[in-house]
Design a protein. Structure first.
Length: 83
């Protein structure tokens, strides 16, 4: 069962923008450290997209096969917003 929560995201790069999003928190994805995956639209709104030259590209396994993603370590703070 998917669980979605309201998160506040704050960029630690560039303009330090913040925004509220609805996040899927138990997708079955496993990692050694906390991960926040965001679509391009949100990356642009948080001013992360402007830092792609600083990102590394990694391959992640998914049910549909491997995908390559840009990784900007420690670039976002996230916390759950109460409703």
């Amino acid at each position: 069962m998917a669980i979605r929560v309201k998160l506040r995201l704050k960029s630690k790069l560039g303009l330090h923008r913040e925004m509220d999003v609805i996040a899927l928190v138990n997708s079955g994805f496993e990692a050694d450290s906390p991960q926040v995956l965001v679509p391009v639209r949100i990356a642009k709104e948080l001013d992360l997209y402007a830092h792609l030259l600083e990102a590394r590209i990694e391959s992640y396994g998914t049910v549909a096969g491997p995908v390559r993603v840009y990784v900007l370590p420690s670039s976002v703070e996230a916390w759950i917003e109460e409703s």
